[in-house]
Design a protein around this ligand. Sequence first.
Ligand code: G1P
Length: 290
Amino acid sequence: MITIKKAVFPVAGLGTRFLPATKAVAKEMLTIVDKPLIQYAAEEAEKAGIDTLIFVVGRTKNSIIDHFDKAYELESELALRNKDELLKIVQDTVPTGVSCVFVRQPEALGLGHAVLCAEAIVGNEPFAVILPDDLIDNEGDNCIQQMIAVYDKYKASVIGTQTIDISESDKYGMVAGPKIEERLSMVDEIIEKPAPAEAPSDQAIVGRYILTPAIFDILKTTVRGAGGEIQLTDGIAALRKREEVYAYSFEGKRYDCGSKIGYLEATVDFALKHEELADEFRQFLKQFNV
Ligand code: G1P
């Protein structure tokens, strides 16, 4: 039985780190080779058996809504020209049986607030949160699949983590706690973007969460924290006083596609794995003796 059926994608952020590219285009629509970031995130959820994709969007994110809508003109044009493969690519953006729901986050009040905006759709069941900026690539089970397996075993919230250089702790939510088993720890301490001297460990939160619905009531009273925003991390800190919360160091490579360097790294790695492009691109790269 699949226990996690819904995933929330908080996609209302302004994407200022990519201006001017993100002046008129949602940052989640930036492409890695030939697919927008948001689609990689949606596919990760779908592969994990999730059938309801909840996008928490801002006013300037209509391109995301369009991307997951039916494209009548394009589809009939491709059908007319017998471009079957392309037609399938367009139609597969939302596989059969998967629903997309769009919720507006009226003000950019932070990640915790964005997740709270999805409450009415999620209801009283555990759910996933996926931040599309964090692109995670893995040969075997994807990150959300791995985390659902942890949820199924412990029936508690799970946060995806990875080891970082402690000097970067002020870019992440940071966690610490005793080890339970390979890759899994309890969360005893959790803090949003601490200075390196205040970081409880070198374990950083990456944009993947499985949360119990108890988080919603907590987020309603969570006050503004780091950056003046309602932080999901602060909500989880309160949640862990009521319930156990686990940190799971997932298998897979994470690209921070909210940063230019992470975006470029993902582009090169994904191009080198791309069915049609890999050989030609590898040839092209040979000229750079860097
Ligand atoms: C958010 C979270 C942070 C987490 C990070 C992962 O921060 O608030 O805890 O470590 O995502 O990408 P943001 O990058 O949106 O500032």
